[in-house]
Design a protein around this ligand. Structure first.
Ligand code: PLP
Length: 408
């Protein structure tokens, strides 16, 4: 059967992709032809319950109508102008984001890793200008993840992990300390340290939540030493965790926060927000971007943010996250369920391989991702209800049951 609007079958498209594309991804063996709300559909129109949402991206649902309308409208009006003229979507989004999350200034980028590059650059420039040329050092967390460009990759505290192997040397100026170990972070700081940079929840690292003592402790320590607290909220930001930003759970504010993923509702956009004082480190010509602040992406982001806030999808994420986690704990061989809102990690005991669970779930039309061989991560659209959670739990339970029977 030829795919809609093409002269090719699904198999031919997959072969074409394998032949011509450089792939660094373990592909799901299905072709996503369309998406709507919490579902993706393959070429046969078969429905998949989408519990990965482009990895924490499509938070207001796949192809959310308000976001799609904003994209179409903006694309018809003005697409790209570089950052010389003022544009309406950029300004409207800047005001909305800054006022919503209590920060002063925003700088637009195109992705999470690029937002983190900007965050690192801003922190270094602030430090060097304020304290002198040696004040560039940043302490980050072991098992964190900040992206795949050189600064963000070097900030990623996983030496020896696949994302760094073969790409050395890393950029110097970073040290790593164990997550949630406040004393170790303090000990890792030197007279050259300008900032501490962490995720409030380590997503790629296996869904580990920062303790309140740790994050509040880091904030106090940074204040005491005149250092900056940088939070990477690329995965946790924009309602995923049950608050608009994860740091709101902890009653603290960062000096700079990075965001991407959910911000654009499916369109590529990243950003950093900073306090007025720290933001001054970037001045004319010191940093730049061709596509960052793209009017279409900003229009999409404004629609997504409005949708998330007006429908209180943070509230739904909090409620559904608790409901889902309780149900997941009843599945045999589940050793631990960790979550903040709908950023959910399920860890299995050694008798069950998470990669097999992932494949079994996909066969049963539930889309999840695996982290290593013991954890599956689920980051569904924040519009899901109890019925969707029940369906997902039934599918995981059935998959685990079949895998255990195979082993026995
Ligand atoms: N930071 C965190 C916490 C992430 O989870 C990710 C991606 O998973 C990134 C940065 C990199 O974002 P991107 O893939 O948009 O470059």
């Amino acid at each position: 059967m030829k795919l809609k609007d093409t002269e090719y079958t699904a198999e031919e498209i997959k072969e074409m992709a394998d032949k011509y594309m450089i792939s660094t991804f373990e592909r799901f063996d299905f072709l996503a032809e369309s998406g709507k709300e919490q579902y993706l559909y393959d070429e046969k129109g078969e429905k998949y319950l989408d519990f990965y949402a482009g990895i924490a991206v499509n938070s207001a649902g796949n192809c959310n109508e308000r976001v799609v309308d904003a994209v179409v409208q903006q694309a018809k009006t003005l697409m790209q102008t570089f950052n010389y003229p003022y544009t309406i979507p950029q300004a409207l989004l800047a005001k909305k984001v800054c006022e919503t999350i209590g920060m002063d200034k925003i700088f637009y980028q195109n992705s999470g890793t690029e937002a983190n590059e900007a965050m690192i650059k801003m922190a270094r420039k602030y430090g060097i200008e304020k304290y002198g040329p040696n004040k560039y050092h940043i302490v980050t967390a072991k098992m964190g993840f900040h992206g795949r460009t050189f600064g963000a990759m070097s900030a990623t505290g996983q030496p020896g992990n696949g994302c760094q192997i073969g790409f050395g040397p890393m950029t110097y100026g970073f040290s790593y300390a164990p997550y949630n170990d406040l004393q170790a972070f303090k000990d890792a700081c030197t007279e050259n340290t300008i900032a501490i940079m962490v995720e409030p929840v380590q997503g790629e690292g296996g869904v580990h939540l920062a303790t309140k003592e740790f994050l509040v402790g880091l904030r106090e320590f940074c204040d005491e030493k005149g250092m900056l607290l940088l939070l990477d909220e690329v995965q946790t930001g924009w309602c995923r965790t049950g608050e608009v930003m994860s740091y709101m759970h902890y009653g603290i504010k960062p000096d700079i926060v990075s965001m991407a993923k959910a911000l654009g509702g499916g369109m590529p956009i990243g950003a950093i927000c900073a306090t007025r004082e720290v933001a001054k480190a970037f001045s004319e010509g010191s940093h730049g971007t061709t596509f960052g602040g793209h009017p279409v992406c900003c229009a999409a982001a404004l629609a997504e943010v409005n949708e998330l806030l007006e429908r209180d999808l943070a509230g739904n994420a909090a409620e559904m996250g608790d409901y889902f986690a309780e149900k997941l704990k009843t599945i045999p061989h589940v050793k631990d369920v960790r979550h903040q809102g709908l950023l959910v990690g399920v860890e299995f005991d050694e008798t069950v391989n998470a990669v097999d669970v992932k494949h079994g779930c996909i066969d049963r039309h539930l889309l999840v991702t695996a982290i290593g061989s013991s954890i599956i991560r689920m980051v569904p659209p924040l519009i899901i209800d109890e019925k969707d959670c029940d369906t997902a739990v039934d599918i995981i339970r059935d998959t685990v049951k079949c895998l255990s029977a195979e082993v026995a």
